[in-house]
Design a protein around this ligand. Structure first.
Ligand code: UDP
Length: 424
């Protein structure tokens, strides 16, 4: 059993500077074409040498880590001086910040004085380490949101951006009352969709949709034999149909609902397997409770494969599973964006996904995938796609074209360069 995120009694740990692989914009030319690459180079020339800090709460697991792992090296490659820090925290801090994340997505929460004090003490400790003078600091999500208020370094010169990755359209009042005064000290807030901007926010807003990296180990081309071999190593019988969900074990991704969908679909398609892949993000203590619930629910079900990053199911394995799956599912109830949807479509695999947050902008129902809300609707769509594989392939191919035109990392890089130029 993998271990929980550390619980420290020693006080806040030192900030973690994240090291990333190198990436070259030039390699993307063959995927996105000359014009996109030339546009990025032109925009980057104006920003050469700009000192940027990205600050998030985990370097692995979840969409933010996925984005920064590609965006940081690409920004460096085009001449910016970029660092990425992770705010250190202990179990109590991450338990509270997960509640805050849930509260931003609308779940009722209560905030105690002790939680408030602990949150601020972790943010203060990190802020005190910020001695460097950056041109722009981009703070991701609620975990490090107070750093802007608490930092003394670069107060006058630095531009501060708060990037919210969750669906904050109807935040719980207690959560937003806590965050609003912290967020309003930033020069700019960035949301994924216009409806995510909480009512009454008084600072300038920019909208940017996330994107996937077509050349990362999660998304790059894999030969069919290698995908099948990798899936077989994970216990999948590749001669039988496979349904897949890849997501953090999180109530908003409804993994128990996925099990219900699978059971309903299996009633029509005997032998249908389910792979539930769940990353254990370092800032997400809730995942363990859900993992245990799933284990209990799935005892004695050999055709359901419960797989985690902690047992070595990482980018390559996710890539392979997204290629061999007959149908993928993303049963989100609330969703900031849902990178997995574009990741799946990029492989030409059809997906049935929840009508939540950024998902409908990634796929059009009946054209480039299927949208659903209730378990019955998901199960019916899954069965239809298993019954008509040619139709499933057509939807997957249309999905891939849509991702190529709208959701690749070069578009996101261009958006970020223009955001940085805009605030400087
Ligand atoms: N992910 C992964 N392994 C897992 C579960 C998720 O690598 O077991 C990745 C997934 O491929 C995607 C990211 O984590 O890149 C999840 O991003 P998304 O926007 O879908 O959701 P978030 O976790 O940010 O809410």
């Amino acid at each position: 059993m993998p271990s929980r995120p550390g619980s420290s009694t020693q006080g806040p740990a030192r900030p973690q500077r994240v090291r990333v692989k190198r990436k070259a914009l030039e390699s993307y030319r063959r995927v996105v074409g000359d014009e996109a690459v030339a546009g990025i180079r032109e925009a980057a020339a104006e920003l050469r040498g700009a000192r940027i800090l990205e600050l998030s709460s985990t370097a692995t697991g979840g969409g933010v880590a996925e984005l920064l792992t590609s965006l940081v090296p690409l920004q460096r490659d085009v001449g910016l001086d970029v660092e990425w820090d992770v705010i250190p925290g202990d179990a109590d801090f991450f338990e509270f910040t997960k509640a805050l994340h849930n509260g931003l997505q609308g779940m009722p929460i209560e905030i105690t004085d002790q939680q408030r004090a602990e949150y601020l003490s972790h943010n203060t400790a990190y802020a005190a380490t910020l001695t460097d003078t950056y041109d722009v600091v981009i703070v991701h999500d609620p975990q490090p949101a107070a750093v802007r208020e608490l930092a003394t370094a670069g107060k006058g010169h630095t531009r501060w951006i708060w990037r919210c990755h969750v669906d904050s359209s109807t935040p719980d009042p207690a959560a937003w009352e806590f965050l609003q005064p912290l967020v309003e000290q930033y020069d700019r807030a960035v949301f994924t969709l216009p409806q995510f901007v909480p009512a009454g926010l008084s600072i300038p807003v920019t909208l940017i949709e996330p994107a996937i990296d077509p050349l990362s180990s999660k998304n790059r081309e894999l030969p069919g034999y290698l995908s099948r071999e990798t899936a077989a190593e994970l216990g999948i019988d590749i001669s039988r149909p496979l349904m897949l969900q890849v997501s953090r074990f999180d109530p908003w991704k409804d993994p128990l609902g996925v099990v219900e969908v699978w059971r309903q679909a299996r009633a029509s398609f005997g032998g249908l397997q389910l792979a539930l892949v769940g990353a254990m993000a370092g800032d997400d203590p809730e995942a363990w409770d859900i993992y245990r619930q799933l284990e209990a629910e799935l005892a004695g079900e050999p055709d359901c494969h419960l797989l985690t990053n902690q047992m070595g199911v990482t980018a390559h394995e996710v890539n392979a599973l997204q290629r061999v799956a007959d149908v993928a599912i993303q049963k989100s109830i609330r969703e900031g964006f849902g990178l997995v949807v574009s990741e799946t479509l990029w492989k030409g695999t059809v997906i049935v996904a929840g009508r939540a947050g950024g998902i409908p902008s990634q796929l059009e129902d009946g054209v480039s995938g299927r949208l659903a809300t209730e378990v019955d609707e998901f199960a019916a769509a899954v069965c239809e796609l298993l019954e008509y594989p040619t139709r499933a392939r057509e939807l997957g191919a249309a999905g891939r074209r849509h991702v190529l035109g709208n959701f690749l990392i070069t578009r996101l890089l261009a958006d970020h360069l223009s955001l940085i130029a805009d605030v400087l």
